[in-house]
Design a protein around this ligand. Structure first.
Ligand code: BES
Ligand code: ZN
Length: 474
């Protein structure tokens, strides 16, 4: 049980946590943009300073790109350990002119704090920092051992984290992992995520003639890369919208009937959803409902396409080159490496003569399903019930958190607790990203409760589940 004084402490400091978060949201830690490298460093230093302030032993690990901040605060070796994961990097804020207030000048309106990174993901993992501060102020120690890993490359596919994990397997050994980097099912409907989609992200470059050519002088002689690319991309999907790459669906695990029933029972107001999205119709596989399509079925999308002349007026050329970025969201038991291979074979088999193709793997991660019926999960259910005042439901999310499948695989930890405090309409990756301050507050309460509930669930008569010791080289 959480001592009441901890909740009182959280209540008393509500405004102070918001101010702290606000200070952090001012750092434009855009991981994909090298112009922001110094800001990314600054954000890492900020995380480090906060953890030090809590009494953690902390190290800033430099990587090939952005630093990993790792710290631990050991309470007692006989108590269970929780690893808290989050990311301090953010997506680029553009289009800037669509923000009501600038992305890195946090502003509070209608109970929301608006800033890039508010919900994805600074505001969400900061709840654990605030919760630990409150517990330490009241009790002087945490109820369990805590490890914290906050990285700066999640939004670019976490390329440095796999080598980091492999190098520090022993240090990172844990009984459970808490990640708050998703959302509730709907406002006021807190949820625990037991499934995440994986991701295959590829770039296709088509090279035709050496330079842009006069389309009158040379039209009729050479293949046009923009047209070739358009035709290739068009063949990726059949007329009914299904993905036409042979073998793409082979490893897709069908939803269990319990899941289908649960998903069908979730309230989805399609009229409201269409309004929010600004579309007249929702599309997708006719045999699956909207919740299934957006979270538990695989997809393929062209994210961007370029090539040729798109300036004012007309310019008569055959462009030299064209390109596109294509992503596929994957579900269990698909593997990013297998799907990449299928994609490449398909595109190459369809390419006409007269062009050169280059296919580049930009990043990938495997999908994840987490065991729902386990003691740590029940602790998370109770913690959310205490923090939000409502029993959470179980959902699958359509987004990806690249490192999660590796946590399972390399750390051998199955107790992965994905508890999104945000809302689906928080605008992650969009202009005017925001985080509801009441969700922030309930997230802090839930985070505090989780530490106590895990202590109860994983010690004494419920010993921590055996770790996969063979995989951890302590
Ligand atoms: N917070 C998201 C992941 C997420 C989104 C979880 C929606 C649940 C619901 C995360 O920061 C993210 O955006 N991930 C990227 C990963 C990619 C850049 C490798 C994603 O899903 O596009
Ligand atoms: Zn994100």
């Amino acid at each position: 049980m959480v001592p009441e004084e901890v909740f009182n402490e959280i209540g008393t400091n509500r405004q102070r946590y918001i101010e702290r978060l606000s200070e952090f949201l001012q750092i434009p830690s855009v991981s994909t943009d090298s112009a922001h490298t110094a800001d990314v460093q600054k954000a890492a230093a900020w995380v480090l300073a906060r953890l030090k302030g809590l009494g953690f032993q902390v190290t800033l690990h430099e990587t090939e790109r952005h630093p990993v901040v790792y710290g631990h605060l050991h309470t007692d070796p006989d108590l269970p350990t929780l690893l808290i994961y989050g990311h301090y990097d953010v997506q680029p804020p553009d289009p800037l002119d669509e923000w009501v207030t600038p992305p890195f000048s946090p502003s509070t309106r209608d109970g929301f704090i608006y800033a890039r990174g508010a919900t994805d993901n600074k505001g969400q993992w900061f709840t654990y920092f605030a919760a630990m501060e409150a517990i330490l102020a009241v009790n002087g120690k945490l109820p369990i051992n805590v490890k914290v890993l906050v990285e700066g490359e999640e939004e670019i596919g976490s390329p440095s984290l796999e080598p980091f994990l492999k190098k520090h397997l022993g240090e990172l050994e844990t009984d459970a992992i808490a990640i708050s980097d998703g959302s509730q099912f709907a406002p006021g409907m807190p949820a625990i995520t037991y499934g995440l989609r994986g991701l295959s992200y590829l770039q296709v470059d088509v090279q035709g003639p050496r330079v842009d050519l006069h389309s009158g002088s040379f039209g009729g002689l050479v293949a046009n890369p923009v047209q070739v690319l358009s035709q290739l991309l068009a063949q990726l999907k059949s007329a009914d919208g299904s993905i036409a790459i042979p073998g793409f669906y082979d490893d897709v695990r069908e939803l269990e009937s319990r899941e289908r029933q649960e998903m069908a029972a979730l309230p989805v107001d399609e009229v409201e959803l269409k309004k929010y999205l600004g579309v007249d119709e929702l599309v997708g596989e006719p045999d699956y409902g909207p919740v299934e399509r957006r979270s538990a079925r695989p997809t393929l999308d062209v994210n961007g396409i370029w090539g040729g002349f798109s300036g004012e007026g007309a310019k008569t050329i055959i462009p030299a080159r064209a390109g596109a970025k294509v992503s596929m969201r994957l579900v269990p038991d698909q593997r990013a490496s297998t799907v990449n291979g299928l994609f490449e074979n398909f595109i190459r088999s369809k390419a006409p003569p007269g062009v050169k193709l280059q296919i580049t793997d930009l990043h990938g991660s495997d999908p994840v399903l987490v065991e729902r019926d386990q003691a740590a999960m029940q602790a998370a259910v109770r913690a959310i019930k205490i923090g939000f005042g409502k029993e959470p439901i179980f959902i699958r999310e359509g987004g990806s958190i690249p490192i999660v499948s590796l946590f399972k695989e390399l750390l051998g930890c199955n107790n992965i607790l994905l508890m999104g405090w945000g809302r689906p309409d928080d605008g992650a990756h969009s202009p005017n990203e925001r985080f509801f301050l009441e969700d922030f507050h309930c997230g802090i309460r839930s985070a505090a409760a989780l530490l106590y509930e895990l202590k109860q669930a994983l010690t004494g008569s419920n010993p921590p589940p055996a770790r996969v010791a063979g995989k951890a080289s302590s």
